[in-house]
Design a protein around this ligand. Structure first.
Ligand code: SF4
Length: 351
C-alpha cells in the first residue's frame, strides 16, 4: 500500500478534538488550513483529481450520524468514518459527484460508537439469523472510503474496531482493495469481517487505479484469517466484456481463471468460512465524462450503451446498468461457473 503523505491538511475547527489533533500531528510537514465546511473545498478546485487524493487530507466532523438499513453487505450501514480514498477506481460511486475527492476523515468516532450502541440495543435479541450473519447485527463501516487506508490515518478506526470486537451484539464489516499489514497486529476475534474485492487481474489493472493488485489481495487472505478476521470476498463490480462487444477478452474465461486462482490461494480452513457477494457494474453518466478524459482505455470496458440501460439514481444522477434480461442471463452464468469452480464459496447475494 503506498504511503500517504499529505502536503496540506484542511480542517474544520470542530474536527480538531483530541483525535483530530493526533491525526494532524502525524503529518508535521503538512500545511494546516482552516475551512468552513469539509464538503466544500474552494481553494482546491484547480487541483488535479489524482493529485488531490495524494496531497490533501481533510478533517471534518460528521454532522448526520444516520444508520441506514442495508440488508445486503450488512444489516446496516454505519455512519462513515471517512469519505474518499487515495485509490481512483474508474467506477467508484464515492467519487462520482465530486470534481476532486481527497480523503476526508471524520474525527467524532466516539459519537458514532455511542450511536451504534444505542441503535443495536433497541433491536430484538437474539438476532433472527440472515445472510449477513447468523448471530450478530452487522454494520458496514466502509461504504464511503477504504477502511484499510483509514486505519493508518486515524486512531479512531482502531477504537471503532475495539468497540465492535468487544460488543455483545454488533459486528463490523468492510470491503477493501488494499492490503494493509498493520491490520494484522490486532486480534479481531472474528468480530470484523473483511471482504477483499476481486476481479480478473487484467481488468483490475485498468479500472482499479492506484489500488493493490489482485495477486496481493489473494495472497493476503490466509494471513488475515489467521490474524482473527472473518474473510469473505466481494466480486464487485462484475464488468462484462467479450469479443462481440469489441474487447479482445471474454469475462467468462477471466472469471473462471479468477475462481481457480482463489481456489488455489486459500486454505481449507479459510474456505469453510468464506462466502461472497456479487454485484454487477452500475456506471454513471457524469463519471463516464470524467473517465473519457482521465482514463479512456478503462472506460471502453465500462461504457457499452448498446448493452446497458439508464436508471435515475436516488441521488438524482443518471446511472447505467446492464439491460435487465441480459443481466439475468449473466447472473445465471456467473453462478454456474462459480458453482463449478469454487462450490465451497456460498453466494450471500448477487444482483
Ligand atoms: S478503493 Fe474503493 S473507495 Fe477507493 S476509489 Fe476504489 S472503489 Fe472508491
Amino acid at each position: 500500500m503506498p504511503e500517504f503523505k499529505p502536503q496540506q491538511i484542511l480542517y474544520t475547527p470542530d474536527a480538531l478534538n483530541e483525535q483530530g489533533k493526533r491525526i494532524a500531528g502525524q503529518y508535521p510537514d503538512a500545511e494546516q488550513v482552516p475551512i468552513k465546511q469539509h464538503n466544500r473545498l474552494p481553494d482546491a478546485k484547480d487541483l488535479h483529481h489524482y493529485k488531490a487524493k495524494s496531497d490533501l487530507l481533510v478533517l471534518g466532523k460528521l454532522k448526520t450520524l444516520d444508520i441506514k438499513y442495508s440488508g445486503r453487505s450488512s444489516d446496516f450501514i454505519a455512519p462513515s468514518l471517512a469519505n474518499g480514498c487515495f485509490g481512483a477506481c474508474t467506477y467508484c460511486y464515492v467519487d462520482r459527484h465530486k470534481a476532486i475527492n481527497p480523503i476526508t476523515v471524520f474525527t467524532n468516532t466516539d459519537e458514532m460508537m455511542a450511536k451504534i450502541d444505542q441503535h443495536v440495543m433497541t433491536l430484538p435479541w437474539p438476532k433472527p439469523p440472515n445472510q449477513t450473519d447468523a448471530v450478530y447485527y452487522t454494520y458496514d463501516v466502509g461504504c464511503n472510503s477504504d477502511v484499510a487506508i483509514d486505519y493508518d490515518i486515524s486512531p479512531g478506526v482502531a477504537d471503532l474496531f475495539k468497540f465492535y470486537i468487544d460488543h455483545p451484539r454488533a459486528k463490523a464489516t468492510f470491503a477493501t482493495k488494499f492490503v494493509n499489514h498493520n491490520l494484522l497486529d490486532i486480534d479481531p476475534k472474528r468480530k470484523i469481517r473483511i471482504r477483499f474485492s476481486l476481479m480478473p487481474q487484467e481488468v483490475s489493472r485498468l479500472v482499479d487505479v492506484r489500488t493493490d493488485s489482485i495477486e496481493k489481495r489473494l495472497q493476503a487472505i490466509n494471513d488475515f484469517y489467521e490474524a482473527g478476521y472473518e474473510v469473505h470476498v466481494n466480486f464487485s463490480p462484475v464488468i462484462v466484456y467479450d469479443r462481440l462487444r469489441g474487447i479482445d477478452r471474454d469475462w467468462r474465461d477471466d472469471y473462471r481463471e479468477l475462481f481457480r486462482q482463489l481456489n488455489a490461494s486459500v486454505t481449507d480452513e479459510v474456505k469453510k468460512q468464506m462466502q461472497c457477494e456479487v454485484i454487477f457494474l452500475t456506471h454513471n453518466q457524469q463519471q463516464h465524462l470524467i473517465n473519457v478524459e482521465l482514463n479512456p482505455k478503462a472506460e471502453e470496458l465500462l461504457w457499452m450503451p448498446d448493452f446497458q440501460e439508464t436508471k435515475r439514481s436516488s441521488y438524482g444522477g443518471i446511472n447505467i446498468r446492464y439491460k435487465h434480461q441480459l443481466k439475468a442471463r449473466m447472473i445465471d452464468r456467473f453462478i454456474e461457473m462459480l458453482t463449478e469452480e469454487i462450490p465451497w464459496c456460498g453466494i450471500r447475494y448477487i444482483f
